[in-house]
Design a protein around this ligand. Structure first.
Ligand code: ZN
Length: 60
């Protein structure tokens, strides 16, 4: 009885947030890989974990 509920207790990185019923994307998308691929944020640059593309500074 009541054995369910602990199935999806994994902590997913929330790159999306839902605000007012709309999906808001967080983070920077990789210009190489396209939408859906986000870049890892470092102190002064962003690096794509997929293709390795890196952006320094704040472009756009
Ligand atoms: Zn990429």
């Amino acid at each position: 009885m009541g054995g369910a509920g602990e199935k999806w207790k994994k902590s997913k990185p929330s790159k999306y947030s839902v605000e007012g019923g709309e999906l808001v994307r967080k983070g920077t998308e990789c210009p190489n890989c396209g939408p859906g691929v986000f870049m890892g944020e470092h102190s002064d640059r962003k690096v794509c974990g997929k293709c390795g593309h890196s952006i320094t500074g704040d472009s756009e």
